[in-house]
Design a protein around this ligand. Structure first.
Ligand SMILES: *Cc1c(COP(=O)(O)O)cnc(C)c1O
Length: 407
């Protein structure tokens, strides 16, 4: 229940076994025709299951961090920087590129800026509202300020399911800002993207279908053993421009059939046959089976949230749109004084001690976050084997250890 759940399943393990047995390396079509072709098929199945239009194509990477790097590298090319060929140093005409993401965005976005030569300073962290979603007015103001100062906006990163509280940025509004300013829109839905498999939840994703690139991690909440991340892009030509480099020894001499060599779209050359693992997974669970389980995890989180809400000595520190609950112990007697500095410090210290005490039981492992300056205990659902008794037990332990801390 810490961080995000370890996402594994028997189907995923069988997939890994088959991958290792077949020992395919999918970097060129000719090194693994089946690996390349099956990747196209499985990416398309997932794309359709997520409700995204067929303008999106994609590929599997090891992690979301690499997927976001690919998205932002393509954004850099799309903005006309021609950095893949010419680099950035010593080119005053490049100006100061800018990327925008919320203050709650994942650190992999900062790292992508580091690796791409834009630097962490190029990433503008936009403040969030009191539910930890990007403030679109602040985004517009930041873009306007940068334009006025002669800087060069190139991309916006919207997050659906932030790491601390799992907030979803207002994607439709952000998409329209991106369109208006002709900026690349990258959607980091590494954790929560799988919720779009549920047709009844699609409305919350409206707007992501016009993104330029999207990341969803099967290894986070789709029962896939580490590693597999899905990159979806609407402008694969720009992705190719960012990464294609074909030395003689990788050249396919007989080009009579039009084929795709996936390594032209990624930083690395050698690639695992991850499509096989996802193929087994989809065939095993079926879409209905995956949907049922994801909906169940959302229900588990909602139920825990309702217990927290009903307890006068605990409080929830963020909405629960997906499968993570952020809570803290806050005795009723202190409710009105919780923001006084002494009381705030006291609550932080006690909740840190509470987290430690609960983890020391050895029965569960929870993690933490800081939300609005407050120490929050995070309880994450999403493991296939988490049953109602575990859900009840974690709540019992939190209350039991909280009672001990007070006395
Ligand atoms: C977990 C997470 C990442 C990083 O995922 P990796 O696959 O471990 O690189 C990025 N963004 C968000 C929103 C995440 O939840």
């Amino acid at each position: 229940m810490a961080y995000f759940p370890t996402s594994s399943s028997a189907a995923g393990v069988v997939g890994e076994l088959l991958m290792a047995s077949l020992a395919q390396n999918t970097f060129l079509w000719r090194t693994s025709p089946i690996g390349t072709e099956l990747e196209t098929v499985v990416v398309s199945w997932l794309r359709q299951a997520l409700g995204l239009p067929d303008a999106f194509d994609g590929l599997f990477t090891d992690t979301a961090s690499i997927g976001s790097l690919i998205g932002l590298a393509a954004a850099r090319e799309a903005a006309g920087l021609d950095a893949a060929k010419r680099g950035l140093p010593g080119r005053p005409e490049v100006g100061q590129p800018r990327v925008y993401a919320s203050a709650e965005a994942h650190s992999s976005i900062d790292k992508a800026c580091m690796i791409l030569g834009l630097g962490r300073d190029a990433l503008v962290h936009i403040p969030t509202d009191n539910e930890y979603r990007m403030r679109v007015d602040a985004l517009e103001a930041a873009i306007a300020e940068d334009l006025a100062a002669g800087r060069r906006p190139i991309a916006i990163v919207a997050t659906i399911g932030t790491t601390a509280s799992t907030a979803a940025d207002p994607i439709a509004e952000i998409a329209s800002v991106a369109r208006r300013h002709d900026l690349w829109l990258h959607v980091d839905a590494a954790y929560a993207g799988v919720v779009a498999l549920l047709p009844e939840r699609r409305a919350e994703f409206a707007g992501w279908e016009i993104a330029d690139s999207i990341i969803v991690n099967p290894h986070k909440w789709l029962f896939t053993p580490f590693d597999a991340s899905l990159f979806l892009g609407r402008r694969m030509a720009e992705v190719r421009a960012a990464f294609s480099l074909v030395p003689e020894y990788l050249r396919t001499l007989d080009r009579s059939a039009p084929v795709r060599d996936v390594s032209e779209y990624t930083p690395q050359l050698g690639r695992r046959f991850r499509a096989l693992k996802l193929w087994v997974l989809l065939r095993w669970f079926g879409l209905a089976g995956l949907r049922r389980r994801i909906a169940h995890h959302v229900d588990q989180a909602q139920e825990l949230a309702s217990w927290v809400d009903a307890d006068p000595d605990f409080e929830r520190l963020a909405p629960v749109p997906f499968s993570v609950v952020c809570l803290r112990w806050r005795p009723a007697a202190l409710a009105d004084r919780a923001t006084e500095p002494d009381v705030a410090a006291f609550l932080d210290a006690r909740n840190q001690a509470l987290l430690d005490a609960v983890n020391r039981t050895g029965e569960v492992l929870l993690s933490h976050a800081r939300l609005g300056g407050r120490f929050a205990i995070r309880v994450a659902f999403g493991n296939l084997r988490t049953e109602e008794r575990h859900q009840r037990r974690v709540w019992e332990l939190l209350r039991r250890e909280a009672a001990k801390i007070v006395s």
